[in-house]
Design a binder for this molecule. Structure first.
Ligand code: ADP
Ligand code: MG
Length: 222
C-alpha cells in the first residue's frame, strides 16, 4: 500500500549548510499493517511521516501510495490526498481549547465542504467509536486528559482515513493514558487501518500486534 523507495530528504539551512534528515530509506507497508518506527530524537522519524502525508517532498526517491506517486504531487493535489487518506495524531493533540468536542472533531471535514447531513453522520460515528458522544457540546478546555485524547483520535478518524500516522503520540501522556492509547491503536488495527507510529516510547516495543518494528539512526534505516 505504501512504497517508500530510496528516499533522501535534505533540509537547506543556508547556502553552506544542509542537513540530511533521511538517507536512502526504503520501506514497504502493506494494507492493514501496523508499523512502529523507533529512533532517538533527530533520527528522522517526523520527517518520514511528513513525506508519507505529502506535507513535504523528498529530495530524491519516491513514495507510492495506492499506486499513486505522492512524492511528486503539486500542493493542491497533495492536500486532497491528505484529506482523503490520512489521519494524523499529534503529540500535543493540537485541539482548539475554546471549541467544543463536536467542532474539534469536524475540523478536518470543513475544507471538503460536505453536506450538513453527511457531516453530522460522520461526527456521530466518530464520537461513538471513541466513546465521547456524551461530551459533544463541551469545550475541549473542560475535558480530562483521557477525554481530550479520545477527541484527538476521533478527529483523526472522522474522515475514515485508510492510513493513520501518529507522531510521538504518548510523549505527553501519563502511564495510564499511554496504556489506553496502545489499546486504541489495537482497536484501530482491528478496524483494518494501516498505522505508522513514530515513537521512542518503549511501551510500543515488542507488542504482539505490531507487524513491523524498524529503527532510524541518523537518517538511516537500521
Ligand atoms: P525525529 O522526529 O526523529 O526527532 P526529525 O525528522 O524531526 O527527527 O529531524 C531529523 C533531522 O532533520 C534533525 O537533525 C532535525 O534537526 C532536522 N530537521 C527537521 N525538520 C527540519 C526543518 N524543517 N528544517 C531544518 N532541519 C530540520
Ligand atoms: Mg519527531
Amino acid at each position: 500500500m505504501i512504497k517508500i523507495k530510496n528516499i533522501t530528504k535534505e533540509y537547506i539551512l543556508n547556502k553552506n549548510n544542509t542537513i540530511k534528515a533521511l538517507k536512502d530509506v526504503s520501506l514497504e507497508i502493506k494494507e492493514g499493517e501496523l508499523i512502529v518506527i523507533k529512533g532517538a530524537s533527530g533520527s528522522g522519524k517526523s520527517t518520514l511521516l511528513s513525506l508519507i502525508s505529502a506535507l513535504a517532498k523528498p529530495t530524491s526517491g519516491e513514495i507510492i501510495v495506492d499506486d499513486k506517486k505522492i512524492s511528486k504531487l503539486p500542493d493542491n493535489f497533495a492536500s486532497t490526498y491528505r484529506r482523503d487518506n490520512i489521519g494524523f495524531i499529534f503529540q500535543k493533540y493540537n485541539l482548539i481549547p475554546t471549541m467544543s468536542v463536536a467542532e474539534n472533531i469536524l475540523l478536518p471535514l470543513i475544507p471538503l465542504n460536505p453536506e450538513p447531513e453527511d457531516m453530522s453522520q460522520k461526527l456521530e460515528i466518530a464520537m461513538k467509536m471513541f466513546d465521547i458522544s456524551h461530551k459533544k457540546d463541551v469545550l475541549v478546555n473542560n475535558l480530562s486528559g483521557g477525554e481530550q485524547q479520545r477527541v484527538a483520535i476521533a478527529r483523526a478518524n472522522v474522515n475514515n482515513p485508510k492510513i493513520i500516522l501518529a507522531d510521538e503520540p504518548t510523549a505527553n501522556l501519563d502511564e495510564k493514558l499511554s496504556l489506553r492509547f496502545v489499546e486504541i491503536i489495537k482497536e484501530l488495527k482491528a478496524f483494518g487501518k494501516t498505522i505508522v507510529i513514530a515513537t521512542h516510547d518503549p511501551l510500543f516495543f515488542g507488542l504482539d500486534f505490531v507487524d513491523t518494528e524498524i529503527e532510524l539512526h541518523d537518517g538511516k534505516l537500521i
